[in-house]
Write a protein that binds this ligand. Structure first.
Ligand code: NAP
Length: 456
């Protein structure tokens, strides 16, 4: 299996990594399990908090260097490191509160819940936010006392190794986070190992199905953060000037390679022409170029494969009757894997693209006549990650949001990810949550202690 940094701006192979051997996997498992045995009764919390505090400091000190590594791996614009550092602050600040025993009211005795670590976790993570995706599973689970083996995407090995090296530099004991360059079969074997307690994956439905199946076969818990085909519902009373301020970035951020990017814009029929113009205006102003250059506003896609897949999807949509409103022209003045922002209308339910996630800067606009129809279109998806409702009556916006089947709703705002806000979806977007206290408790053993006074 080739773990390689192929810079999507220059198309050059920058690094190739050797596969992890079975002996190295065994060592990682044995070290991780040893740590779990030391930590599962609640020991070592103060030491772990000190590691995460130091990790936050290192991240901030090296923000530019680390951001550049990520850009070389998968092409993104500079950023993301400070957000990861904020996860360190948040979980250190709340660790004692989240892990405090929780009393339970019962008339028959005395009961409380101890919050304890569950065991070694196998984490499988994607390339779209190389540090953030690792940080949001590693940091809370390390605080809990769950050591982690990591299989990151094959196209961002340099970032994954840099993150793991920084965790070691922050004085985490060996085995706390081991980055592995392993095959899918090795991932399955690790999940089946009796020393592993659970698995989490962020990625595609295909990957999620495989990891969840392996976990289920050996009766282990899993959480899945999968794709999305998020709806952006514009209500009749929307302030179109305010909308123009946020709209382009809801689709273009990270070159459109975000699970929670808005992908389906559901717009009152009479506002569609104005809406298309706003989007076109935003899309036409992007500056493609070197993602390390701060003046670039649209980065290349992560790989040649990603560009080929998106090109095929847009072509499939058009071949099945979609109307190309803007874009989808070759980007000839750039060597890298750039994709021209594209707008489609006329995608019908019969179009094979209707229920597919397009992971790049492609916006599909759906007109509606009544609000019921808007909600019906939003819910007509096998995904249920996030959605946005844009209108000027907050009470009504909330009502509309509550009718959409999704794990997250944003009102009058593009999506956001913050340490205190839970992140995750329903339907084929996965199950479980990451971040916040809810994400923190996914792999916590909620250990009931029930006691009665000994009789004299
Ligand atoms: P992907 O192919 O599933 O890859 C994600 C990770 O899973 C990679 O490390 C990949 O390894 C691994 N993987 C895939 N199949 C596997 C298997 N059978 N066994 C073990 N590991 C396996 O996903 P992607 O297409 O690169 O990533 C983009 C997807 O992630 C999109 O659908 C996006 O919406 C979703 N995503 C979701 C969230 C969320 O929080 N809900 C956040 C970001 C992205 P290799 O690289 O070696 O193939």
């Amino acid at each position: 299996m080739a773990y390689q940094t192929v810079n999507p701006y220059t198309n050059e192979i920058e690094h190739t990594y050797a596969d992890t051997t079975p002996e190295e996997v065994e060592k990682a498992l044995s070290l991780a399990h040893g740590l779990y045995l030391k930590w599962h009764d609640g020991s070592g919390l103060e030491e772990r908090k000190a590691v995460i505090t130091k990790l936050g400091t290192l991240l901030r000190e090296r923000r530019t260097e680390m951001a550049e590594l990520m850009t070389r791996d998968m092409g993104k614009l500079i950023g993301e490191v400070d957000l990861c550092a904020s996860f360190c602050d948040y979980y250190v600040e709340h660790a004692n509160e989240f892990l405090a025993p929780k009393p339970i009211y019962t008339t028959s005795g005395n009961a409380f819940i101890l919050k304890q670590s569950l065991g070694v976790l196998m984490a499988v993570e994607p390339w779209n936010f190389p540090f953030y995706q690792i940080a949001r599973v590693f940091i809370p689970n390390f605080i809990v006392g769950n050591p982690m083996l990591l299989k990151d995407a094959a196209n961002c090995p340099t970032s994954a190794q840099a993150f793991a090296d920084m965790v070691a530099e922050a004085s985490a004991p060996e085995g706390s986070l081991t980055n592995l360059f392993v095959s899918y079969d090795q991932v399955s074997e690790i999940i089946a190992d009796p020393r592993v307690a659970g698995a989490c994956l962020t990625g595609s439905e295909r990957g999620g199905r495989s990891v969840a199946t392996e976990a289920a076969k050996s009766l282990k818990k899993s959480t899945l953060e999968l794709g999305g085909n998020d709806a952006f519902v514009v209500l009749e009373d929307a302030d179109m000037d305010k909308l123009a301020e946020i709209l382009p970035q809801t689709r273009l951020y990270n070159a459109g390679q975000v699970c929670t990017s808005s992908k389906r814009y559901i717009v009152p029929e009479k506002l569609v022409p104005q809406f298309v113009n706003i989007l076109k205006d935003g899309f036409s102003k992007v500056k493609m170029g070197d993602p390390l250059d701060r003046s670039t506003t649209l980065a290349p896609l992560s790989s040649k494969k990603a560009k080929e897949k998106l090109t095929q999807q847009v072509q499939l949509a058009i071949d099945n009757g979609a109307k190309l409103e803007y874009g989808f022209e070759p980007v000839e003045d750039q060597e890298g894997q750039f994709f021209m922002p594209t707008i489609l209308t006329g995608v019908t339910v019969e179009n094979p693209i209707f229920d597919q996630e397009m992971f790049g800067p492609v916006a599909v606009i759906y007109p509606y006549k009544t609000e019921e129809e808007a909600i019906e279109i939003a819910n007509n998806s096998s995904y249920g990650l996030g959605n946005t409702v844009f209108g000027t009556n907050i009470a009504h916006d909330r009502e509309v949001a509550s009718k959409i089947e999704a794990g997250m709703s944003w009102i009058n705002a593009g999506w956001a990810s913050l340490p205190e806000i839970p992140f995750g979806g329903v339907k084929h977007s996965g199950y479980g949550r990451e971040l916040s206290e809810i994400g923190f408790t996914e792999f916590v053993n909620q250990h009931l202690i029930y006691e009665v006074e000994p009789t004299a």
